[in-house]
Design a protein around this ligand. Structure first.
Ligand code: S3P
Length: 427
């Protein structure tokens, strides 16, 4: 059993930093490069364990990988990827497992996908259902189709027209990646616009993908085609920048700049939320690269709907912001939080409660009565389970408040292995 990590509060935070390469872009750069024929390069790949899982798996499927001073070269086999006899270990990474289901659905043979204890509890029926309609067979445990999974891929997938019932970029992406190998076009309809990473990157790789916005949603259609090799540059991960935005806003003496991040609208809803709460946070773009600056701020409560932050990745850290705000912050329609790396619905409420807030829930909504300042936070101990975002959210609360102790802090390596070192560089 690992010892808990102790986090001490710090008196001031200042400086600029880069966060790891965007996880979503990194997974897709590896998968699309492996599907292409020939040599692709990737600069700025996320160093996290989740992306390493994807990287190992594409090699198992036949891609070649080399690393030259941080620039990764991937060579996709001319004859295409092929099934591996070995299990494909997705570790803690839902994106790896769900997107990979799409990729291997079009590869003839049987593929066995496994994950850690957290991933094995997460529902895969959301990808098994549409990929089943396309002609693949995905079986797993129980009605939610939990890992370990067995995917029977086929070279004769059919294109589908599918409305994703719950907004999910992972589901959209799994279908589009399978659609690359299908007979006929594939259309995915989403009621709420989710991140466009897959569509954008497939287009960069020469695939014909159209995208039409409709009210709050979007219709994406793809014509099957093999992606072309490409030189990818991965921007910084906005979901990691979110931890520094909240840290800077709730800390009494902070001025932090996060450089070179992806500022796509589907990824930066948390910035609008923080601005609405009164945070002095500002996002700008220099030569196509996003920069976010944040200063110590007095926050007030707000109402946040999951529609504003479609993947809800930034909700645990916004719960920490709410805990430091004046008044009751309302988090609406947050059911998806329950099926992330841990039950983040419970985890977000628990964090706020541990620092001393009154918290309660009604159905899929929860409420945090803030303490008006992080300086009023109590010292706390938390078990982060296998959830990297709970580790970082707890650390931010401890750094700005009265310190904390985190069991399972090592899980931060899933997405941000140098998180604690980067924080230390600011103090
Ligand atoms: C991701 C999509 C989101 C997000 C996850 C990464 C992606 O999940 O939570 O961290 O790369 O497509 P959902 O698609 O389930 O919203």
């Amino acid at each position: 059993m690992n010892a808990p990590r102790r986090v001490q509060s710090v008196t001031s935070l200042s400086g600029a930093l880069r966060v790891p390469g965007d996880k979503s872009t990194s997974h897709r750069a590896l998968m699309i490069s492996a599907l292409a024929s020939g040599t692709s390069t990737i600069e700025g790949l996320s160093p996290g364990e989740d992306v390493k899982s994807t990287s190992r798996i594409i090699e198992q499927l036949g891609a070649k990988r080399s690393d030259d001073l941080g620039v990764i070269t991937i060579i996709g086999p001319d004859s295409g990827l092929r099934a591996s006899d070995a299990e494909l270990d997705c570790g803690n990474s839902g994106t790896t497992m769900r997107l990979l289901c799409g990729v291997v659905s079009g590869i003839e043979g049987t593929h066995r996908l496994i994950g850690d204890a957290s991933l094995s509890k997460r529902p895969m029926d959301r990808v098994a259902a549409p990929l089943g309609l396309m002609g693949a067979v995905i079986s797993g445990g129980g009605h939610r189709v939990n890992a370990p999974l067995e995917v029977t891929g086929t070279s004769s997938l059919r294109g589908i027209d599918y409305r994703v019932p719950t907004p999910s970029a992972q589901v959209k992406s799994a279908i589009l990646l399978a659609g690359l190998h299908a007979a006929g076009d594939t259309t995915v309809r989403e009621d709420i616009r989710t991140r466009t990473t897959t569509e954008d990157m497939l287009r960069s790789a020469g695939v014909d993908v159209s995208s039409v916005d409709q009210e709050l949603g979007r219709v994406v259609s793809l014509t099957p085609q093999r992606p072309k090799a490409h030189n990818w540059r991965v921007p910084g991960d906005p979901s990691q920048a979110a931890f520094f935005c909240v840290l800077g806003a709730i800390h009494a003496n902070a001025h932090i700049e996060v450089l070179d991040i992806d500022v796509a609208p589907e990824r930066t809803g948390f910035i609008s939320v923080l601005q609405r709460m009164g945070a002095q946070v500002d996002a700008s773009s220099r030569e196509g690269r996003g920069i976010v600056t944040v200063k110590s701020s007095q926050l007030t409560s707000t109402e946040i709907n999951s529609r504003e932050i479609p993947s809800v990745d930034e909700v645990p850290i916004l719960a920490v912001a709410a805990a430091a705000a004046r008044g009751v912050t309302v988090f609406r329609d947050m059911g998806e939080l329950r099926i992330k790396e841990s039950d983040r619905f419970k985890g977000s409420m628990m964090l706020a409660s541990l620092v001393g807030c009154r918290v309660w829930s009604e159905g899929d909504d929860f409420f945090i009565d803030g303490l008006s300042s992080a300086e009023a936070f109590s010292y706390f101990s938390i078990d982060a389970g296998l959830d990297h975002r709970i580790v970082m959210s707890a650390a931010v609360a401890g750094l700005a408040g009265s310190g904390c102790s985190i069991l399972g802090a090592k899980t931060v390596a899933s997405s941000y292995p140098t998180f604690f070192e980067d924080v230390a560089s600011l103090s």
